[in-house]
Design a protein around this ligand. Structure first.
Ligand SMILES: Cc1cc2nc3c(=O)[nH]c(=O)nc-3n(C[C@H](O)[C@H](O)[C@H](O)COP(=O)(O)O)c2cc1C
Length: 180
């Protein structure tokens, strides 16, 4: 069997600083990783981007390609969006594809690429009424959202512990999907 390709997409919440370890964990689980970042996450990780490209063996992408240029990544077998910020969850659910990674996962729904996401949001953000709507919309469109009882549980503002973000749930779900 060929190595399954995982598109791992991170947005700008503090657990994204641990993405190199997550890449290694996913590689050890047998995945070929293509790493995508929102522009803000790419800005946060700027000092690590060269090493992340070396680690994954693919360019790290945060921008759309130029028209007429070839795709630099192999096709995805599965996509994971984590950590998914309040902004990223809402933009994706609403179909606002200004950013490359949102464009890929918005199209991914129609292309039926299995996709998992785990938000990283605090208890204040989730009171904004759009958030629950976005979670419901994504679930109804077939995205596996790891949020609530079996996933990420919101922390109080300012009390998030990035080291406690349950990354293993994302990789377990991805593995479960590819094993069918
Ligand atoms: C130190 C810091 C921590 C943040 N943590 C979070 C977070 O846990 N969840 C969240 O939704 N936004 C968080 N934000 C705000 C996002 O970074 C901001 O909304 C950004 O525009 C998200 O962009 P993106 O979704 O395109 O990555 C944080 C911002 C800063 C500066």
């Amino acid at each position: 069997m060929t190595t399954p390709v995982l598109y791992l997409f991170g947005s700008a919440a503090p657990p994204v600083f641990d993405i190199a370890d997550v890449v290694t964990d996913a590689q050890n689980r047998g995945f070929d990783i293509c790493l995508g970042l929102t522009p803000t996450a790419a800005h946060w990780l700027a000092p690590q981007l060269t090493e992340l490209a070396r680690l994954t063996g693919h360019p790290v992408r945060s921008e759309y390609k130029m028209p007429g240029t070839p795709d630099v990544w192999p096709k995805a077998d599965v996509i994971a969006v984590a950590p998914a910020t309040f902004n990223t969850v809402n933009a994706w659910a609403l179909g606002l594809t200004h950013d490359f990674v949102i464009g890929v996962v918005a199209e991914g729904i129609g292309k039926q690429i299995p996709t998992v996401t785990m938000p990283c949001v605090n208890a204040a953000y989730v009171q904004h009424r759009q958030f629950e709507r976005s979670i419901s919309e994504l679930r109804e469109m077939g995205v596996r959202v790891l949020y609530g009882e079996d996933g990420f549980q919101p922390n109080q503002p300012g009390q998030g512990k990035p080291s406690e973000y349950p990354w293993h749930l994302v990789l377990d779900a991805v593995q479960e999907i590819t094993r069918g």
